[in-house]
Design a protein around this ligand. Sequence first.
Ligand code: ZN
Ligand code: ZN
Length: 667
Amino acid sequence: MKNILILTAGFGEREDVASWNLRDALEQLAREEARVEVLDLLDSSYGRFHDLLKNTFRAAAHHAPKLWQGFYHLLGSTPNEEGQTDGLARMRDSLRDALRGIQPDVVVATCPIYSFLIGEIYRDGRTRDFTLVSLITDRLVTESPWPRAPADYFAVTSEAVAAVLIAAGVPEEKVKVFGFPVQPQTKSMRESTNTLADVARGGRPRILCVINGARKKAPKLLDRLLEHLDWDITVCVGQDTAIEEMAREKASTAPARMEVIGHTRRMPQLLREHHVVISRAEAGMVQEAIAARCPVIVQKLGSGQEEGNFSLLREANAGVLAEKPREVIDWLERAFRDQGRLLSLWRTNLEPLGRPDSAIKLARFILDQAETMTVPVPQLHALPAPEIGASALTNHKRGKLRLLSKKLLLCDLHTHTTWSDGKLSVPEIVDFYGQRGFDCLCITDHLCDPKRLLGKLVNLTGLVIPPGEIEAYFEEIEREKKRAWAKYDLMLMTGIEFNKDGYTAKTSTHLLGVDLKQPINPSLDIKETIAEIHAQGGLAIASHPHELKSEWGKNTLYLWEHVDEYAPLLDAWEVANRDDIFNPIGLKKLPFIASSDFHKPKHIHSWKTVLYCEKEAEAIKHCIRVNRDVSLTLYRDHRFGMEDHHLPVAALDEAPEKLAFEEARLA
Ligand code: ZN
Ligand code: ZN
């Protein structure tokens, strides 16, 4: 099921007409496999703010384009300002709730406020899990916020609007011209009855009069229309009860010739049934009239938008402006003269303006977007294979040739042994991870920078690899690699955790080198160390780069404080370390791994990395570097109760007092 959310603005004529037409088109195309919600947050939840906004919209759209632009400007330039209005914050929260509840695949925003609010909801860097389509139904003014509104696509009504967006810096591929989404035609609707053939045969002209402005002149206009005994009049009065009362009174004098209807969604149908419509030049009305090929006598011009809509008709010679009731009647008389010759001409001229399938095309585009959001799986197999060349075939295991294929690999790339401050020896840690079915283990004992004072002190404590024994460390792990592979199918790697500690968290760094071939001088600075790791084909990874919430360890924030400088140099960052998980690392979209920073058996209960790739050193490193098909998992081994001292974990662990003592020494 595809979920489509259309955000409409009920007080905006264009926005609302477009929203409901799009919904109809979506239902026509995909009634079975799409669920479409039309939501009007501007209409339902905003009390006082809503009235304010509504009046601003009304005033701006009808009387004062500058005010409208000013509002847009305010919203566009400072969308994040706290407390700008309570209403915006409340609206954002309602929208967030709606997104959570509906879980849309595509969201269509017909008003830029919605796009900005969505931008704000996802301001913390989380990925939007839907496609956002801005549906722009207005002609763009210079101050328009639309080009700055966050969106994946901009669906627009004309090439001219597209050009404005592109000139304002919107990438061309994001802009799609569909035309105004007019009511999608059903079979029965295609049978227009306003062709004038009946008038030519002496039938009665049918005139649709929409009272959506010029209310004062409305009584006079109706009187004049009624003077023509051979005309049939349909009057649409909308939701204005005073006008409705007036119109019904007039109609009662000639019920056979004048019908009055209130608010209706049948406008497209009515336009198809009438030879001509008298109306304001609102966008939705003009576009529907074009689609229905019903010429328009424009009775009143409001904002610049309406002028634009009217000029569309005037330039095509498909409509006229007639502001006084007398002028309206004059034009009607002229239009129907000679069996409706002028009206036929207008009607013919309307045809090239119309895009009767605009809503259907837009709906199809939106359904395609929903498709890509809901079926991401095939893309996985389309990924290029890691560049591991000839090693795709490997004979690691007992001389047998094995064809490698991708699978899920459970990995821990940050662990400590008795070579530094860990509790298990190298053979013990191999058995420990091997018995648990791990696929890849990297031992990364601490190596301190002797140039730093803290390093000098720690080097004396025996809690780091002694400076003179680094070669022996490499040799022992090298020996264990063969046993680990033969006995457990466990890929063992040699690594180092380079401690570059300063006196404060912000000057301290722990850097992992993973899959090293030989020792690296601990006195090198951070960038030199990274370069040396890379020269050996290893991975350089920032360990616990953010604030540790658990009691263990002190913070090492230097790399994170200089993230822009180091992100291009490092292969990955620990997004999780043992019990801690670092949201900012994830939100920054840095390549990530998760590690236990294992020092003793109970540290097995911790965050781990899961990769989907070939079980081969180069493929594993490639997978982390490109950081695709990488995930983290919270590993809990229930053979080891975390607090249960009867289980083997207690036997392997040191006495708590001794641990506390050693941790104090480290700190
Ligand atoms: Zn560390
Ligand atoms: Zn560590």
